[in-house]
Every structure is written in structure tokens, then in C-alpha cells.
Design a protein around this ligand. Structure first.
Ligand code: GDP
Length: 298
């Protein structure tokens, strides 16, 4: 991901090299090129506008520096603004003072929620936690089994309705899972919810009902970074329908243009906490805005 954007930005910035001083016209034309590169990468328009305005203002106001030549100064400004648009500081997971903490996963079907549940569970276990995975996606026929498979791979137990008990009520499953976590001393409960292929009122209501039943410490919106412009609409729909406290980007290993990843923080106001970049459970990491910015700038 970001290869094209990265190439474009690096070549725009390279054009500034060797210039002794940057005129306002140099800065304007550089900003124009950056703007095009971002729009072509599917970054949402309000994000592009805010980003360019910041770069322009800072580049034009930059003091003559002893340490950096003008081109390096612009690169530094672009880097810092990329970090800012990606959320600035790394944001850690919010956990409850009194366990169990509850983390609710929400997102469209296919976004990578169930896979992510396994990844997060394994990562948390590696951090010394004792998570419990909870299967509240009772809509998709295979979802419970899929969660059981990733749970086994992660070495984390799965709480699910007994087979044969009909479809089951996901709100009740979620509620019961908290009691189970208290009983078996799990310090984190990770709740996988049902998704649909598109934003759907019933799915939102179900996720909101589960939220109300278990009062999560974190609601993580799982977003497939491969989807283009539509990502922003989906994120806004989840923000308004369920609300979330953080974002997880999945499929960052894909070759899409990456605009969703760059837009979601600014558009929703919520930080990106984790990144998933492959199908294996270990293809997962804490999201670091500064590292992502460095990757984009090559
Ligand atoms: P859910 O419907 O949201 O629970 O999504 P799943 O967890 O079932 O994932 C949907 C598909 O995306 C599966 O084939 C996963 O293997 C795949 N997938 C999930 N995360 C990633 C990722 O980070 N990279 C890639 N390449 N594939 C992923």
C-alpha cells in the first residue's frame, strides 16, 4: 500500500533539492503536486484541504534554518503533517481499572473483524493478558466456527452459544460472556459482532444493543484499508450508528491506494490503534503514526 503515493511524494519533494531559497511560487506548485498525489490516492477532500493548508502556511512561514536546507525543511514539514493527520502520538488501548475490560469490534462483513479478533487476542496474550473471545456474530453461518479456529490458533478460549441452541441472541451472549470472564478470571473480553456487506440499520442497532449491554472500554471500528472513497462514508455511518473510540486498519498489505488509511483519523476524530497487514495472526502491530509517515515518505 502507498507505493504510488510514496513515489509521487518523493519525486515532488526531490524537485526542490538544490534550490537555495524557496519562493512562494515554488511552495504553491509543490503544494499543487502534493494535492494531486493525495487526491489520486483517494484521500478524502476535506483531509487533503486541511493538509495542504497546513503545509503551505508552515512552509511559507518557515525561518531560514542553519541545519536544514529549504528542501529538507519542506520534507520535514510534510513528514510532521503526515504524522499529525495519522493521529500524532501512538494511542494505547484503554483498559478498565477493574477487570474485565471489554473491547467491542465492529465493522462491515469482510473487513477482517474475526481475523483481527484472533490477532488482537494473541497479541494481548503476549502482553500477559488473559483474554476471552466472544462470538456475537451469529448471522454469518460460519462466523462462530471461524472465531473458534482463530481462537485455537491464538491459544485463547472462545465463548459462544452452544450449538443446537438455535441462532441465539447476540446481546444475551455478550452479557453472559462478562459473567463467564469474571468466573474464569479473564481480564479482557473481546467481542466479535456481526457485519453486513453494506451499512445496514439492523446491524447497527444490534451492535448498539450489544454496546449498551456490556459498556465497552473500547469500541474498535475495523476498516478494510483496501476500500477506497467509500471508507469514509462507512466510518461516518459507524460513528453515528454505534460510535467508536478507535480504528483498526486491516489489509494494509494490499496494493490499494491507501486514501482510507490517511483519511479516517481526520474524518472521524478517532485514533488508529492497530494495523493488520496479512492473513496470518502475527501480521499485526500497534499503529505508529510516525512510522507510517516515514514509510509513505520513503
Ligand atoms: P469479517 O467478516 O469482518 O469477520 O472478516 P474476516 O476476518 O472473515 O476476513 C475477511 C477476509 O479478509 C478473510 O479472507 C481474511 O483472511 C482476510 N483478511 C483479514 N485481514 C487481512 C489482512 O490484514 N490482510 C489480508 N491480505 N487479508 C486479510
Amino acid at each position: 500500500m502507498f507505493d504510488t503515493l510514496s513515489d509521487r511524494l518523493t519525486s515532488v519533494l526531490k524537485n526542490l533539492r538544490g534550490k537555495g531559497r524557496l519562493s512562494d511560487a515554488d511552495i504553491d506548485s509543490t503544494c499543487r503536486e502534493i494535492r494531486i498525489a493525495l487526491l489520486e490516492a483517494d484521500v478524502a477532500l476535506p483531509v487533503v484541504r486541511a493538509f495542504i493548508a497546513q503545509i503551505k502556511e508552515r512552509a511559507k512561514g518557515a525561518e531560514v534554518s542553519q541545519a536544514l536546507n529549504p528542501a529538507q525543511q519542506v520534507v520535514k514539514i510534510v513528514d510532521e503533517e503526515l504524522v499529525a493527520i495519522l493521529g500524532g502520538e501512538t494511542r494505547r488501548l484503554n483498559l478498565a481499572k477493574n477487570p474485565p475490560s471489554v473491547i467491542l469490534l465492529a465493522g462491515l462483513q469482510g473487513a477482517g473483524k474475526t481475523t483481527l479478533a484472533g490477532k488482537l487476542a494473541k497479541w494481548l496474550r503476549g502482553q500477559g493478558h488473559t483474554p476471552l473471545l466472544v462470538a456475537c456474530d451469529l448471522q454469518r453461518p460460519n462466523a462462530v466456527t471461524q472465531l473458534q479456529v482463530v481462537g485455537e490458533q491464538a491459544g485463547v478460549p472462545v465463548y459462544a452459544p452452544e450449538p443446537g441452541n438455535g441462532v441465539g441472541n447476540p446481546v444475551e451472549v455478550a452479557r453472559q460472556s462478562i459473567l463467564e470472564a469474571e468466573r474464569a478470571q479473564h481480564d479482557i473480553v473481546l467481542v466479535d459482532t456481526a457485519g453486513r456487506l453494506g451499512v445496514d440499520e439492523e446491524m447497527m442497532r444490534q451492535a448498539a444493543d450489544i454496546r449498551d449491554a456490556v459498556s465497552p472500554d473500547e469500541i474498535l471500528f475495523v476498516l478494510d484499508a483496501m476500500v477506497g472513497q467509500d471508507a469514509v462514508n462507512t466510518a461516518e455511518a459507524f460513528r453515528d450508528g454505534v460510535g467508536f473510540t478507535g480504528v483498526v486498519l486491516t489489509k494494509l498489505d494490499g496494493d490499494a491506494r491507501g486514501g482510507a488509511a490517511l483519511s479516517v483519523r481526520h474524518v472521524t476524530g478517532q485514533p488508529i490503534l492497530f494495523a493488520s497487514n496479512g492473513e496470518k495472526l502475527d501480521d499485526f502491530d500497534v499503529f505508529h503514526p510516525d512510522r507510517m509517515a516515514s514509510r509513505i515518505l520513503g
